[in-house]
Design a protein around this ligand. Structure first.
Ligand code: IPM
Ligand code: MG
Length: 364
């Protein structure tokens, strides 16, 4: 029997509610696929700050390094927003990414047929959209030095962040992107700002170099401003996108919104050889609806599917979960974030129940 250790980090806001539903679904997978998942839970983000003053305790980081995979809910909220940057909830995420070496961030943006009318964009623009965004996650301006805010002799202040990438950092994310493109539509668009930023001129050069090993993949380049525009103008043109940390942060939110609800999209963050991995919904902690039990657990459930696929090599189980999610949407189950007239409005637990019922229906 396959045995895996999973560290669950529910975090803040709606995090605990959605992770709870995802873990119920994982239990179902264990029963059907003869796998044993040992799940340990720990505090992260604001929840950890409230208990110990720090967003990520050393023992939690150690447990994350030790685990076969981490399932994270969400971190942050207004309660902790006034705190110093160095101890904000978000630091926990950045530290986990960095310490686990999770440089590949996969953010799929797929439009679900039944949800097409919940998008703010026209049906004909988004029909069939299926984009995979690869965001570099452990470098770039998020981590570049020097950084900080200093006071100048005249009393004014100067804020600094540094956009920096080295050849090896670009090579490894580019390679990951070409590999993903090979398994999809074999079209890769690299996003940069090479007309202004030297660091991204290097990015483009290195991506082209790596591309020589993948002659089957059609590589194109796009400036980030144009990409932002093309994503709302004609998103169907894209298959795989690869970009640096900050552009990827922005572009992936935009791509997510094409699909109608950010509540639907999972993500995977992987290290070299998938040795370490963290899976999380791409939405945040949604403090406005936290504790009401109405959050959409589907992005977290789909993150579990990604975990099964990328960390545990359980493709059949991943497809099983994804099919169940398709089916509950087809049957009209909707949490409030994706609700439209005539559908069946359900809360977080009821949505989890619907997925569990569908999983059973799919095997019988
Ligand atoms: C994301 C989030 C994070 C990021 C924040 C919460 C630090 O926006 O995962 O996209 O900027 O990377
Ligand atoms: Mg973001």
């Amino acid at each position: 029997m396959k045995k895996y250790n999973i560290l669950a980090l529910p975090g803040d806001g709606i995090g605990p509610e959605i992770v709870n539903e995802a873990l119920r679904v994982l239990g179902k997978v264990a029963a059907r696929f003869d796998a044993e998942f040992t799940v340990n839970a720990a505090l992260v983000g604001g929840a950890s700050i409230d208990q110990s003053g720090m967003p990520l305790m050393p023992e939690v980081l150690a447990a994350a390094i030790d685990a076969d995979a981490v399932l994270l809910g969400a971190v942050g909220g207004p309660k902790w927003e006034a705190m110093d940057y160095s101890i904000r909830p978000e630091r926990a995420l950045l530290a986990l990414r960095k310490e686990l070496g999770l440089f590949v961030n996969l953010r799929p943006a797929k439009v679900y047929g039944p949800l097409i009318d919940s998008s703010t964009l026209k049906r004909e623009v988004i029909e069939g959209v299926d984009i995979m965004v690869l965001r570099e996650l452990t470098g770039g301006i998020y981590f570049g030095e020097p950084r900080g805010v200093e006071t100048l002799p005249d009393g004014t202040e100067r804020g600094i962040n540094t956009y920096v990438y080295t050849t090896p950092e670009i090579e490894r994310i580019a390679r990951a992107a070409f590999e993903v493109a090979m398994k999809r539509g074999k079209r890769l668009t690299s996003i940069d700002k090479a007309n202004v930023l030297e660091a991204t001129e290097l990015w483009r050069k290195v991506v082209i170099e790596v591309g020589k090993d993948y002659p089957e993949v059609e590589l194109s380049h796009m400036y980030v401003d144009n990409c932002a525009m093309q994503l709302v103008r004609n998103p169907g043109q894209f298959d795989v996108l690869v970009t640096g940390n900050m552009f990827g942060d922005i572009i992936s939110d935009e791509a997510a919104m094409l699909t109608g609800s950010i509540g639907m999209l999972p993500s995977a963050s992987l290290s070299a050889g998938n040795k370490h991995a963290m899976y999380e919904p791409i939405h945040g902690s949604a403090p406005d609806i936290a504790g009401q039990g109405i959050a959409n657990p589907l992005a977290t459930i789909l993150s579990v599917a990604m975990m099964l696929r990328y960390s545990f090599n359980m493709e059949d189980a991943a497809v099983w979960l994804e099919s169940a999610v398709d089916d509950v949407l087809d049957k009209g189950y909707r949490t409030p974030d994706i609700f439209t007239e005539g559908m069946r409005k359900v809360n977080c637990t009821e949505m989890g129940d619907a997925v569990l019922a569908e999983l059973e229906a799919l095997v019988s």
